[in-house]
Design a protein around this ligand. Sequence first.
Ligand code: B12
Ligand code: SF4
Length: 534
Amino acid sequence: MIWHRPKKPVSVRIEEFCYGGAIATLHVKRMNCYEKLWLMPTLALSRAAAVLIYKIASAALSDYNAYMIRYKHALALNPYFGDSTALIGVFPPTGLEYIAASIKDLGGKVTLLDLRHEKAYQDPRALSQFIRNEIDLLCVSIRWQSRFEEVCDFVSQLPPEVCTIVGGYKATEEVESLFNHCPNIDMIVRGEGEDIIKQVVTGVPYKDILGLSYRENGGVVHNEIAPLPDITRIPFPDRSLRKHNYCLLKHGVRLSTHTFDTLLTTRGCPFKCKFCTFSLNPLGQKRNYTERPVESVIEELKTIAADVVLISDDNLFTNPNRSEQLCDLIIENKIKKIFIAQTRIDIAKHPRVLDKAEKAGFKVFLIGVESPHDWILKQLQKGFTQQQARDAFAVLTQYDFYLHGYFIYGNIGETEEEMLYIPKFAKEIKLDSITFQKLRVERFSPLKEVVEETPGYYYNRIGGSVYSDHYGRKELRQIRNRIRSEFYDRPQVIHIIRKAWRIGLVTGPDLMDAFLRLPLLMYGLARRKAREKR
Ligand code: B12
Ligand code: SF4
């Protein structure tokens, strides 16, 4: 047999097995469909001989598959850039790095381009030129509602002749509209993509790949939902592909000397807060809570160069015993980092874990408080009361952690007065900073029904923001501005800077540097404001 390196991904597999023989087929991908180019019938005189031949052929071909190059050069593309995403420039595109890690041993070269750092390739013509010259597999990650339209326009301008696969949270939510908007997209991987992308690049026929949507005969085929990957055995995200450090940028101005990275130690969340779709993937599948072995987390941590690490788990302290073990191992291994973690207030019940977390370098906790009102906390099924939140913060504020709280306003039945209690309450419980979001419902959000059944309430199909006859977009924007200005008054801003400096989140040189760059920052802000006005 003479095999040649194909220009496009190919697959070899046993197509059929029947009494008397097996047929192996070579599939070659041309545009959007596989063509059978070559058949290898193996005849056998008896069923036993056929089984034997089938097994030998399977083994030989699957061995061959492992070494076969499905692509010469894959491009993993993070298509987000621009001012409005400046703050998330802090963190690398972790999901895409997981995808790159999954395909990197399956053949050709993998390049990762993060457009936030690639000014030249922010022009789709320049990027297309590069793709035409170099790339035969394009993998794009679409994760957020924000800038969705712009990202679709951008992706649709990339070369249609190159096999294009898209994945990510938002891509999964918007499969049909992405296929409609971008004729060059060949496939969309729905949900967590590590196992699915492997099957695509090793040439498993599309029809057999769970979790894949693809074009066929002018239509789109959606295969069944895929089982969730086992996170105890997937490779670490491939950080070796980065060309840049990730740091705190605002309007192109670097605000800190720290470098940033993310780390996932668990996936999913066992709680069932009614507004939250964190642990629901966009297909409505609940991500069962799964932990990585702490030793593997430490191994990964040792490969991280950045000095600030955001642990992206929905709630790092779901299992306090494991969190304690993790802290012990960080201390034992003398890993010196600043850690940021998302948690529930329940962590306050575990002072031993808090002591160890402080020693291990945990400095920032991002905590879902959601509302100061018991009836709303109940409606959201948050699982605690206002008093319990007060008690928890009485404990947490004894430590030198920077405490950031998340709130939701515009809840069903919530009055303006109740919304405006958020900044007061946040100050009463001594939160250092807060973010507040309008109530949103996504496609499978358990709150969706409640909104639909409540007279006077409705939600936007795009983005899922919830409005009511009393509180429309304009009213909620005004309330948001008031919450912001009442919380972020001058003393609070001074408190934030002092605290960030005291606990080592920013250094003296950072402050000096930020001060010197202030004019640039103001210029960036002014430009953005002018653009928004236009
Ligand atoms: C950590 C996190 C962040 C971090 C980002 C860290 C990072 N590395 O980028 C920070 C704090 C910066 C952040 C910011 C925001 N976030 Co966020 N974030 C998360 C969180 C909790 C975890 C993300 C994560 O790391 N997941 C694990 C990785 C492995 O999964 P993944 O990225 O989805 O990638 C997998 C698949 O999607 C797929 N995949 C992804 N790309 C590709 C590409 C290809 C080719 C393929 C085949 C597959 C594939 O395979 C990957 C591996 O399994 C999720 C909730 C969640 N549990 O997922 C919310 C979430 C993604 N964030 C969300 C939101 C809303 C935001 C903000 C808008 C919040 C805000 N108002 O500021 C901002 C975004 C700002 C912006 N874009 O302008 C929403 C998105 C919902 C939506 N439809 O828009 C989520 C889903 C939470 C939620 N349910 O509300 N976030
Ligand atoms: S809000 Fe937090 S605790 Fe509640 S379900 Fe979502 S991730 Fe879990």
